[in-house]
Ligand binder design. Structure first.
Ligand SMILES: [Zn+2]
Length: 626
């Protein structure tokens, strides 16, 4: 037994009264109708009126979320459990008055995944999903609020849970028992940056360089999904490791994955024969859900479909590299608007070209340099991005779209960050290599910048471009003026030339006949391309290649079959071969090559007569080594 002296008791009592932290209690055992109850022991309040807020948005989503919409039964209580006045002001804020005696707040949270909310629907990886006894997918902004001017206080989260359900997050776990788990966060920003997945399925842990990587997964239909995903992530993480030079900039990382069974949709897609009447059914089954991922400093969360044929595994590995690379931008390289994020009235940064464009380009580059993707596949992936980039207007500067992305028409243009933004970053990479004669590239400049700023030091909105230019060459300013802050169409042809790749938006001349055209008796379904294969819908007798309806053929192979091993076109009339999948089996078609006068759109080819300079930069670009 230990007796505490009176003075200490008084100090403790006083400390409790004036507690300067948020102490949350969440009972996952009592989830009813997709709602969980939350209790908060409040930090001391000095003011007559207190404002308790949920985020309007969080970093990385670039959209209005209004987490406050999902809160109900909100009560504010004093030390005697007497209810204080509460008034909701706006979608996300509760006004409490008088607030001086405030001790406890209680409320209920409804999950966003099962909600019918149409306006400002929360992108699933940023939302919340509850299934009692099975999983709880928690983005903390959805569950936990904060008082005005009290974002810096520490928080503790005590979850009451059944024994088989375990919580995974990169937040420190201060206590773990069979029936409870306590996590802590040094402040509200850290809390928002660390989602939690409670799952009944077993976690996997991999060691990559200096980092311990935990993979937590929930997939109702297949408990071994986590192991498959882990093996994919293992090769992605090793490709990143060699890209960044052998050491990862973090010591722990958590992947939080939730997989949705959509194999029946996959069957319809795979049949390659989607009829008009099936579209409403497909859309209904997809349920207007947002599949994808969201990045954080030491974790990322995934909400992915399983269309069958192991589709989610490929999706995890390609998005994981993108999400992981966000630890550079914006997480270690960001403007004050992100560093001091305003959850109530956020202002957007101008620099999506950096946060999303550069990150997306890096993920393509890492896959190529890490040999997860061949140079040819990388070039055809870039070609798809180029084609998509033409659907966005040059007349709206990228920086303008960025800073106004919460409003129309700019919000509709956001998706270009993955297309036009990635191509812009690639051209910036080429320009840096050209101006520095291969001494620097985009990667080295980004690494210099993250060393200069880092996680805790933000740049001013107008500061980053001049600092960037200064690290490279004065002439680089022109690139930013024209393409990033200006309205000049991207010079894709000129950019590719730097590394000895020929690009022409429209190449006229002698071209192979289009084996997949109506004119040649073939109708192909190109709407949905899976594994780069397209399906022949209709094929007339005697079509030049000898296709039959139902054949599946690789898109690139249709053009490549007209070339010899050196990459030159064969002679007119020479016999060529093309492999298709017919009734599940590989079948070789043999037919004479035929050419005509015509146009190839978005022609891309590695030049064989590269200059010494081009050869050097091509090697630097494709391998990362000079
Ligand atoms: Zn991203």
């Amino acid at each position: 037994m230990k007796k505490l002296p009176l003075l200490l008791l008084l100090m403790l009592a006083n400390y409790q009264y004036a507690q300067q932290n948020y102490s949350y209690k969440i009972n996952l055992e009592q989830c009813k109708k997709d709602k969980i109850a939350i209790e908060l022991a409040c930090p001391a309040t000095e003011k007559d009126t207190a404002y308790f807020n949920f985020p309007m948005t969080v970093p990385g989503t670039y959209a209005i979320l209004n987490y406050g919409t999902y809160i109900s039964d909100f009560q504010a209580l004093d030390a005697n459990q007497k209810q204080l006045n509460v008034k909701k002001s706006g979608a996300n804020t509760f006004k409490i008055f008088p607030a001086k005696g405030l001790r406890t707040i209680t409320y209920k949270v409804r999950d966003s995944w099962d909600s019918k909310e149409k306006k400002n629907k929360i992108f699933e990886p940023a939302g919340t999903g509850f299934e009692k006894g099975e999983y709880f997918f928690i983005n903390n902004g959805g569950l936990f609020g904060f008082f005005d001017n009290k974002l810096q206080l520490p928080l503790s989260l005590e979850f009451i849970k059944p024994a088989g359900l375990n919580g995974f997050t990169s937040l420190p776990c201060t206590s773990k028992k069979n029936d409870s788990q306590i996590f802590s966060a040094e402040n509200y920003h850290t809390l928002i940056d660390n989602p939690i997945l409670f799952t009944t399925q077993k976690e996997n842990v991999i060691k990559v360089a200096n980092a311990e990587v935990t993979v937590a997964t929930y997939y109702k239909e297949d408990a071994s999904a986590g192991s498959y995903i882990t093996s994919e992530l293992d090769s992605s993480m090793h490709a990143i490791e060699s890209f960044v030079g052998g050491t990862l900039p973090i010591s722990n990382y958590t992947f939080l994955n939730y997989i949705v069974d959509l194999k029946d949709v996959g069957k319809i897609i795979l049949s390659g024969n989607i009829r008009l009447y099936q579209y409403p059914k497909l859309i209904r089954k997809m349920g207007n859900r947002g599949f994808g991922a969201l990045e954080h400093g030491n974790s990322s969360s995934y909400y992915l479909p399983d269309f069958g044929f192991n589709s989610y595994r490929g999706m995890v590995s390609s998005t994981a590299i993108h999400e992981f690379m966000h630890i550079y931008a914006p997480l270690s390289l960001h403007s004050v608007l992100i560093g001091n994020f305003d959850y109530v009235n956020p202002k957007m940064s101008k620099h999506l070209w950096l946060y999303e464009g550069v990150t997306e380009y890096f993920s393509t580059l890492i896959a190529m340099q890490g040999k997860l993707s061949t140079i040819d596949n990388t070039i055809s992936e870039l070609k798809t991005k180029i084609v998509n980039s033409y659907t966005y207007p040059d007349s709206i500067p990228f920086t303008l779209m960025s800073e106004k992305v919460f409003t129309k028409p700019y919000s509709d243009l956001y998706n270009q960050v993955y297309q036009r933004g990635a191509i812009m970053a690639m051209l910036l990479d080429f320009e840096i290599m050209k101006l520095t004669n291969g001494q620097k590239n985009l990667k080295s400049v980004i690494f210099e910048l993250t060393a200069l700023y880092g996680k805790n030091k933000s740049f001013e909105e107008n500061e980053i471009i001049p600092v960037f230019v200064k690290l490279v060459h004065p002439d680089l300013q022109l690139f930013f003026d024209k393409y990033v802050t200006g309205k000049t169409p991207l010079d894709i042809e000129g950019g590719f030339k730097t590394v000895g790749i020929t690009y022409q938006k429209e190449k006229k001349g002698i071209v192979p006949i289009d084996l997949l055209s109506k004119q040649n008796g073939v109708v192909a379904n190109t709407g949905i391309v899976i594994n780069n294969r397209i399906t022949i819908k209709k094929a007339e007798k005697n079509n030049p290649a000898g296709f039959m309806a139902g054949d599946k053929v690789e898109q690139d192979a249709v053009l490549k079959c007209f070339k010899n091993a050196d990459g030159d076109y064969v002679k007119d009339g020479e016999t060529v071969t093309l492999t298709v999948i017919r009734k599940g089996k590989e079948t070789t078609l043999t037919f004479p090559a035929k050419f005509e006068n015509g146009t190839i759109k978005n022609f891309l080819e590695i030049a064989r007569d590269k200059t010494v300079e081009q050869e050097k930069l091509f090697n630097l670009w494709t391998t990362g080594k000079s």
